[in-house]
Design a protein around this ligand. Structure first.
Ligand SMILES: O=C(O)CCC(=O)C(=O)O
Length: 385
């Protein structure tokens, strides 16, 4: 399988691994309490789950094991990788080639489809995360209600804005390949959500209505080499706002890190070849009433290699009201106290985009919807790495 290759010269030494992919327990007072169990789990790393039972003929036991693995990964890490996921390798390869071609376009062609304060979709090289500028360029596009009409037809202008594409003369196959990949990932995300529903003791199709129609978007990231990687993040620490993220990482570079269990210990997620990396988003944290936490993650800048990635953000319908489900995970184990007030997904998405686009002071976070009113968050700067 062809893989993403850097746009610029490569080097044999990957600085991100040295920076913390395999860090050990921090010696600071707050981290002295790392337990042996947590240590063993961290050393094993983010679980890799074989999704064959979701599509193939399998025994009830095999299926149940998969559901348990998914539930356990969501509780322990909020992250896992999936293999045998059903997305054809040739589609992934075609997609990667188009992403690379897009970022290689001349700057003026990319800027011609730049996103604006009123349109969240298009090209950008000025995104903020936690009010710090990201060391990256990106391109976002999302769902369109009517694919038979042009992207800027009123029918296709939604809360996020509307899609903007490079011209057919610039990249003749880009739009077709992007949409094919987008639909394949939406199907995969729906199958993983079904496994998650089962892991929460809910019917398999429990979330289907909340995602009709889904308002997912796909992001293409290119992280150029960064001359002073200790002074910048490629993407600062954050959680994902939606329900679930299905991320395609560049094989061979470990730049993505997760804050393990919120402990402050950042663990690298080394990409498994052919796998997607999955993480829980804020909306699933609310539905599960904190049983599954949206993990904080960040991307380190790298002085030696550039990198590409593509997160697919699987989002509910704008109208969906998301609130704790009052889960019963056993006869004696029913959740009674909702930790969150109900959230309208469309409104939450709109407020998060305002923070992506510019430094708007304190960004809206899921903690703002906590019933307890605890909105405290601790920020870290690149200098603390
Ligand atoms: O590049 C990655 O590995 C993750 C990107 C990410 O977290 C984001 O775009 O929100």
């Amino acid at each position: 399988m062809r893989r993403w290759l850097p746009l610029h010269a490569t080097c044999c030494y990957c600085v991100t691994r040295a920076l913390g992919a395999a860090s050990t327990c921090d010696s600071s007072a707050s981290n002295q309490t790392c337990s042996a169990d947590a240590e063993a789990e961290v050393l094993k790393g983010v679980p890799v789950i074989d999704l064959t039972p979701l599509s193939g003929p399998v025994t009830t036991t095999e299926f149940q094991q998969l559901v348990e693995q998914v539930g356990s990964a969501c509780q322990q890490w909020g992250f896992f990788q999936v293999v045998n996921h059903g997305v054809p390798p040739d589609l992934i390869e075609e997609f990667q080639a188009q992403v690379k071609a897009f970022f290689e376009l001349p700057a003026d062609q990319k800027s011609a489809i730049k996103r604006t304060s009123s349109n969240a979709r298009g090209y950008y090289d000025d995104e903020f995360t936690k009010n710090t500028p990201d060391w990256k360029q990106g391109f976002d596009f999302g769902h369109i209600p009517d694919e038979t009409k042009p992207p800027d037809d009123p029918a296709n202008v939604v809360m996020d804005g509307h899609n903007q594409w490079p011209t057919a003369a610039q990249l003749p196959h880009f739009q077709r390949v992007m949409l094919r990949y987008y639909h394949a990932l939406a199907q995969l995300a729906a199958r993983i959500m079904a496994a998650i529903a089962l892991s929460l003791n809910l019917p398999r199709d429990h979330f289907a209505l909340d995602f009709t129609p889904h308002t997912s978007f796909l992001r293409l990231n290119h992280y150029p080499q960064c001359p002073r990687p200790r002074e910048h993040f490629a993407v600062n620490r954050h959680t994902d706002a939606g329900a679930l993220t299905v991320l395609l990482q560049q094989y061979g570079i470990t730049s993505l890190q997760v804050n393990h269990g919120g402990s402050g210990r950042w663990v690298g997620i080394e990409p498994v070849e052919g796998a997607f990396t999955i993480n829980v988003g804020d909306m699933l944290q609310v539905w599960s009433n904190d049983l599954y936490k949206a993990p904080e993650h960040r991307v380190l800048a790298n002085s030696q290699r550039d990198r590409m990635s593509a997160p697919f953000f699987y989002n509910p319908s704008y109208a969906a009201t998301v609130k704790p489900l009052g889960l019963c995970l056993g006869p004696q184990a029913c959740q009674v106290d909702p930790h969150y007030r109900p959230i309208n997904w469309g409104e939450y998405r709109r407020r998060r985009f305002e923070g992506d686009y510019a430094n708007v002071g304190e960004e809206v976070q899921i903690a703002h919807f906590r019933v307890s009113g605890d909105t405290s968050t601790a920020d870290v700067t690149a200098a603390e790495l």
